[in-house]
Unconditional design. Structure first.
Length: 613
């Protein structure tokens, strides 16, 4: 009764005490839950789930003592776990719901309630805010931090009901950098360079000392390129200005134009980061940059080249998280995926991936290796250079300075007891011969070849000096690949087409005669496209095709037989994507030759849903 009188008599006192009472209640509940049900150690839970071994846990515990980091972060750093697996186990351990921030579009009202500095300092990210019922969803890496929750509650409106979701540190850092508008910091740095006035938004609050604007400008551009999912960054000096372009979804896009006087200090910063000689500006140089952005390691392969207006600098962005894509998540047609898995079941032979530079050949090979990677096989690679380190796989850089080429490297690998060998590229007769010999001795060999089509790889191998007898029985298959831009799902628009075009593309006469094209919105930065998907043609070799190769049959005979067995070309794959509304006809024609499509498939397709391989 007394407490009821106090509540009625002093509502202001009740409102002031409410946050503290709620915090104490939360702490009491957590304590009582821990007393009633003792929680298992994280390492033991991981071992019981079969995602961690005793030896790996022992190594991680030893590293934890020297690194002074949480065990989960140590396991991810060592490559024993993925962050997604760790998040699942932590959610189970803490009895907390989890959230994948890479798939979340936060509300602007939620972002406005939590300052960026507070979010970054406490590793949390606001997801949504419903003003009507007061539900406020926040992602945290440490959901049991009562002090932070209390501070957050004090800063939120009185009717806020906090709902906590578990998220990884790197996912939170990535979301903060992406959604709090880091691009404005670049403008602040440029303003500082021009006027001398320091913009607080361009400074990192965790920095103890002032950092020069050109250092911060380069760092911000690197971060910006990763956020925009660029594959390359181009710094191109002209007579009076510096052009900065990104390659996004395979297409060059100009991002900034700066005064040419900015370039010398920026190039020095890039050379220092990549380990180049800052005094050398008349000869080409190569280097590598490794930085932590958004809570994860990002590598950049750097190349400097002298031009008439200064050094041209190109950075290849190597993002392990986005570059190492599981085979099932590459958007491959289910029938094609099943065919590829059948080919991978063969214990020996050569599998080639063909296509021009930038067509995703390395990504496909890495995805295949990741699928085959386990403790029962020894996988070894020769690469020029190694782009993405993969746990358990022995990866070797090709270096001409120490007389290590692909051919000699294969001979060295054969003495390392490998089961699977990846050769970065077949460039000459000696490399091709060594790869075939490795296949003959019972090894799976994967490599790339620069040809325009899968069938075109056969005359290319013969041109390199391989005899048909060496090819027969040793080829598992050949994959032709291209990357095509995907229409933005938020703004794509449909339009009607002429019946003649629909008939040529294979649309049934009684089906709607319409396709989709790009429009443009804020979601895709007004480009109409967002992301890329793979176009594949998969040629699997069998006895009939081997017989034609042994007889030195021309390419068109090989192609005719392959089509009878169900082979479909890149043009067919591109048209399927167009009919399914995943890309536009113009984009398909940009990537693949469609001029002979009608002649290739005179029988036409049965409709948009056809998924024949």
């Amino acid at each position: 009764m007394n407490s009821e009188l106090v509540r009625v008599a002093s509502p202001r006192l009740e409102a002031e005490l409410a946050p503290k009472v709620a915090a104490l209640t939360l702490a009491k509940n957590l304590l009582s839950a821990a007393v009633k049900k003792p929680t298992k150690a994280l390492g033991q839970m991981l071992i019981e789930r079969g995602v961690l071994s005793e030896d790996q846990l022992r190594i991680a515990l030893m590293e934890q003592k020297s690194l002074a980091m949480p065990l989960g972060k140590v396991l991810v750093t060592l490559g024993f776990l993925t962050e997604a697996t760790l998040r699942d186990v932590l959610a189970e351990k803490l009895g907390q719901e989890q959230v994948d921030l890479s798939k979340v579009l936060p509300s602007a009202s939620a972002l406005a309630l939590v300052p960026r500095e507070f979010a970054k300092r406490n590793s949390l990210f606001p997801v949504s805010w419903d003003e009507e019922d007061g539900e406020f969803i926040i992602a945290m890496s440490k959901p049991n931090d009562v002090v932070v929750v209390d501070q957050l509650r004090a800063a939120l409106p009185r009717n806020a009901k906090i709902q906590i979701r578990l998220a990884a540190d790197s996912d939170i850092d990535n979301a903060i950098a992406l959604h709090y508008g880091h691009v404005l910091s670049i403008d602040g740095i440029l303003n500082e360079i021009e006027t001398g006035e320091v913009d607080p938004t361009s400074l990192d609050i965790s920095a103890q000392n002032y950092i020069g604007p050109f250092v911060r400008l380069v760092d911000m551009l690197l971060a910006d390129s990763v956020q925009r999912r660029a594959s390359d960054i181009h710094f191109e000096p002209e007579q009076g200005f510096l052009r900065i372009r990104y390659r996004i979804d395979g297409v060059m896009r100009q991002i900034r134009s700066l005064h040419i006087k900015y370039w010398p200090p920026m190039s020095v910063r890039l050379k220092i980061l990549s380990g180049m000689n800052i005094a050398e500006s008349r000869a080409p140089q190569d280097g590598r940059i490794s930085v932590i952005l958004n809570g994860r390691q990002i590598d950049f392969r750097a190349a400097a080249l002298p031009t008439i207006y200064g050094e041209n600098f190109v950075l290849r962005v190597l993002d392990r998280v986005r570059g190492l894509v599981p085979l099932e998540n590459m958007g491959i047609d289910p029938a094609q995926l099943e065919l590829l898995e059948t080919m991978l079941a063969r214990p020996d032979g050569v599998l080639l991936v063909t296509g021009p530079t930038g067509s995703g050949k390395t990504t496909t090979l890495y995805s295949i290796l990741s699928k085959l990677n386990n403790e029962e096989v020894n996988i070894m690679t020769l690469e020029d250079p190694v782009e993405y380190p993969i746990p358990m796989i022995r990866q070797t850089n090709i270096a001409s300075g120490i007389k290590m080429e692909f051919a000699s490297g294969i001979r060295a690998l054969m003495r390392q007891d490998p089961d699977i060998i990846l050769v970065g590229e077949i460039r000459d007769q000696e490399t091709a011969t060594q790869a075939m010999r490795a296949a003959m001795t019972g090894h799976q060999v994967f490599s790339t070849l620069h040809t325009n089509s899968a069938v075109g790889a056969i005359p290319r191998l013969v041109d390199l000096g391989l005899t048909p007898d060496m090819l027969v029985g040793n080829l598992i298959g050949i994959i032709g690949q291209r990357l095509i831009r995907k229409l933005c799902s938020q703004c794509r628009t449909s339009f009607d087409i002429e019946p003649e075009l629909g008939t040529m593309l294979g649309i049934a006469a009684d089906a709607p005669m319409h396709l989709y094209r790009a429009a443009g919105c804020t979601h895709c930065d007004f480009r109409g496209f967002k992301g890329r998907i793979a176009l594949l043609e998969i040629l699997r070799f069998d006895e009939d095709l081997d017989d034609l190769i042994a007889k030195r049959a021309p390419t068109h005979d090989l192609l005719r037989l392959a089509r009878k067995k169900g082979f479909r070309t890149l043009a067919h794959a591109a048209v399927q994507r167009v009919l399914n509304g995943e890309t536009s006809l113009e984009e398909a024609a940009r990537v693949v030759d469609l001029t002979n499509y009608g002649a290739e498939y005179p029988d036409r397709l049965t409709g948009p849903a056809d998924a024949t391989v």
